[in-house]
Design a protein around this ligand. Structure first.
Ligand SMILES: Nc1ncnc2c1ncn2[C@@H]1O[C@H](COP(=O)(O)OP(=O)(O)OP(=O)(O)O)[C@@H](O)[C@H]1O
Length: 407
């Protein structure tokens, strides 16, 4: 008790970089990013370092960081963090859970303050977050969770849709409300989403709430069906096929301004633009802004200015401090190839000099992650409220628009 509060690490990048340097590990930024994800996974899974050392043997790790080096890196990262009196986002959760467990009076105080709990995006809850939720709840049952197992995206950092899928069996008498009427997307999108998700655990059968408006200018049948989805081996092949399909559409009479390409991460834009140019199709990137107006560039400039004013900052060469600052913001020194570099866990990596740079390991809520282009929030009052003392779970209709936001 007492003393100075520890500082919260904005991202693990810088401390991990120092740890790797101290251990003389030659690792690139991608491997460090994977190490950060491993640290998150270990901590939200509540796994002590010794247990991780064993578990790491059977995990898929970067070639430069086999199990023993990865474990050593975790250990050094934790040590450096403790020495600097800093805590990361997982520590905040761990410390809160530990406090509620060891100090029942604090748990009581929290429970008095909050009576009813609503958890959104419940498909992406980690064991540690679930533990916290249970500690907040105590013996009460005033809980409503909302989620869609088909929108699970954080498994690689230890989240699991199991809590959502098993909710009814864990909470006897829970009321399940299936939100399958979809107000967001047009019927062809929903029918494609239904086809893609059919048979998966917790899959919903989405029902369009509205029929597609038919402007007079629309070519009959233009949006009647998306046909089958096609997967390509590489981003380049995908971009070329998309460009060829667009060129064919235009040749068939569709006006170019009626065509849009929705992509998942900004780094893909360059590939699409190149493929479209090769196919003789002019394209405009929406949201393209000047370099110094990019939010991430502005952020870096603010951080660098702060560092320049900080008289207590350690005297290190300029390139080192600049590199530390931008690395801390999640940037890498590798030029984007226009494609998305696959992570070892199959998820795309979005870090690059030109991509938005919120670190993938930074503490951020799903809502902030999505805030770029899709309004995710809607007043919960429009949903049926859970009856008191009866936990309810609502499965959300998947939006069916997985490619419309860009990180
Ligand atoms: N009853 C309704 N009538 C009209 N429009 C609605 C209704 N309910 C939701 N919508 C619209 O549907 C869209 C999606 O709603 P909302 O974001 O609440 O869905 P969600 O299930 O939380 O989505 P996600 O699965 O992406 O988190 C919003 O544009 C919202 O305005």
């Amino acid at each position: 008790m007492g003393g100075q509060l520890p500082r919260i690490l904005e991202s693990k990048g810088r401390v991990l970089g120092q740890a790797a340097e101290q251990l003389r590990l030659r690792v690139d930024t991608a491997a460090l990013r994977d190490a950060a994800a491993e640290i998150e996974w270990r901590k939200v899974s509540r796994m002590p370092l010794e247990a991780y050392a064993r578990a790491a043997e059977s995990r898929s790790l970067p070639a430069t960081l086999p199990a023993d080096r990865m474990t050593a890196l975790h250990e050094r990262y934790e040590r450096l963090k403790d020495e600097g009196r800093r805590i990361d986002f997982e520590d905040v959760l761990l410390a809160t859970a530990g406090m509620l467990e060891s100090e029942p009076w604090i748990a009581e105080q929290v429970r008095e303050q909050y009576r009813v709990f609503v958890v959104d995006e419940y498909q992406d809850v980690s064991p540690l977050q679930q533990q916290l939720l249970e500690q907040w709840l105590g013996t009460r049952r005033e809980l409503c969770v909302v989620g869609d197992a088909n929108q699970t995206i954080y498994s690689f950092t230890g989240a699991t849709s199991e809590y959502l899928l098993q909710f009814a069996s864990r909470w006897d008498g829970a009321r399940i409300v299936r939100l399958e009427r979809n107000y967001r997307s047009a019927p062809p999108i929903l029918s494609l989403a239904n086809r893609l998700m059919r048979g998966r655990p917790g899959a919903l059968e989405l029902i369009p709430a509205t029929q597609l408006p038919k402007p007079a200018s629309a070519r009959p049948g233009a949006l009647a069906d998306f046909g089958n989805s096609t997967a390509y081996d590489t981003d380049g092949e995908e971009a070329r096929a998309v460009a060829a399909a667009i060129a064919a559409e235009i040749a068939g009479g569709t006006r170019p301004e009626r065509i849009a390409v929705l992509y998942r991460v900004n780094a893909q834009a360059a590939l699409f633009q190149a493929a479209l140019a090769d196919a003789g199709v002019g394209a405009r990137q929406q949201g393209a802004v000047k370099f110094f107006d990019l939010p991430d560039v502005k952020l870096a400039i603010v951080a660098l200015a702060q560092l320049a004013r900080d008289t207590k900052a350690p005297a290190v060469p300029l390139f080192q401090s600049v590199s530390d600052v931008v690395r801390d913001l999640g940037w890498t020194s590798q030029r984007p190839e226009g494609g998305v570099r696959p992570r070892r866990n199959g998820r795309p990596s979005t870090r690059s000099w030109s991509s938005p740079t919120r670190p993938p390991t930074a503490p951020r809520s799903r809502s902030s992650r999505r805030s770029c282009s899709i309004g995710r929030r809607r007043s919960t009052s429009r949903r049926s409220p859970p009856s008191p003392s009866r936990p309810c779970t609502a499965r959300r209709a998947s939006s069916g628009t997985p490619y419309t936001w860009s990180d």
